[in-house]
Design a protein around this ligand. Structure first.
Ligand code: 2RA
Length: 334
């Protein structure tokens, strides 16, 4: 079926990546419209063999008929416009955090829980980038061994803060005296254990997103998830050092086989030959890369992993377009 698609936030990092992924995945598009704030209205964005003129986002436009509207323009825009679009019968795939934890709104990584979308119309939430790559790696192990606990530290690239973060790192690399604007401290040559705002319990919003989103996607509402998120001076690609415990003791050889046969995962785990993933392996790739797999030295049920992904692709655009293609597949298997 030829689809009517709209992208809200079409001029941002993720919006542009969505255009690329739609083309690569050969999504059959009847019409594509790009929406952004008034200041981007009239800009031309090239897509396949044409230029698309950016339109100003309005309530009226969201009430027109679309098969899918992909939102990536921040929580406030999604809060206001996504319900208007959904009420008019449109399906919204929302990349902001606005609706992720709302009851009744599916939070989806298609290969894990995509089937909850059967017969669904409305807002679908795309999880946070750092959550997606973690659950993509842990979900196949959960199926076999039963996850009982996660402890993770992230190493998150500046592209996760949009083009302002990328620009700030580049400027500070050229001039280390440059004052921070996007980040609370200088990012060049530094690691900042502070992403998004702090809550009274000492955790940041980014950390709590990883906790509660993981529990929702894996349908394990009491799973203990312990998180520290860190911004690092990397342009693109998030890395995560994950420690997980299971009901059954995982077998290392079997774990590697599970990763090898799981679609969307790439196993890079021969440390003796210097084979382990870094952000340069994951750059512009849709898969999640896993390596440095080790058993806990003291607990046979514990496992340590290093997980890397392109946060703009699997962490945002690829997962969003994956939700769209999965919904289309579900419609065909009625
Ligand atoms: C970040 N997780 O990396 C955010 C982007 N959604 O800042």
């Amino acid at each position: 079926m030829s689809l009517k698609i709209g992208i809200v936030g079409g001029t941002g990092n993720v919006g542009r990546k969505i255009l690329q992924v739609l083309t690569e995945q050969r999504v059959d598009i009847q019409s594509l419209r790009l929406f952004a704030s008034k200041k981007s209205q009239g800009e031309k964005i090239s897509f396949q063999d044409r230029d698309i003129t950016v339109e100003q986002l309005t309530e009226e436009a969201m009430q027109e008929e679309f098969d899918y509207l992909l939102f990536s323009a921040g929580g406030e825009v999604s809060e206001h416009y996504a319900p208007i679009a959904a009420k008019s019968g449109n399906t919204v795939i929302d990349n902001s955090s606005q609706w992720r934890m709302t009851e009744g709104i599916p939070l989806v990584v298609p290969e894990i829980n995509g089937d909850i979308l059967k017969g669904y119309q409305g807002i679908v939430a795309n999880p946070n980038c750092s959550t997606i790559q973690m659950v993509a790696a842990l979900s196949p192990l959960n199926e076999v061994y039963g996850l009982t606990k996660i402890n993770v530290a992230t190493y998150q690239a500046v592209s996760g803060s949009g083009s302002a973060g990328m620009q700030e790192l580049q400027e500070q690399l050229a001039d280390p005296q440059r004052e921070p604007r996007t980040y609370p401290k200088t990012i060049a040559g530094n690691c900042i254990p502070h992403i998004d705002v702090f809550y009274d319990n000492g955790y940041t919003k980014e950390e709590l997103k990883m906790v509660y989103e993981t529990q929702k996607i894996l349908n394990k509402p009491t799973l203990p998830v312990q998180v520290t998120t860190v911004r690092v001076p990397v342009i693109n690609g998030h890395s995560e050092a994950i420690y997980a415990e299971f009901e059954k003791a995982p077998d290392l050889q079997e774990v590697r086989e599970i990763f090898e046969k799981t679609q969307g995962l790439v196993l890079m785990d021969k440390p003796g030959d210097l084979v382990y993933p870094t952000v340069f392996d994951a750059h512009d790739r849709d898969e999640v890369f896993v390596g440095r797999i080790r058993k806990d030295l003291f607990n046979p049920k514990g496992l340590a992993l290093w997980v890397v992904a392109d946060n703009l692709r699997k962490g945002a655009a690829t997962n969003g377009v994956g939700i769209l293609t999965h919904m289309e597949k579900l419609k065909k298997v009625r």
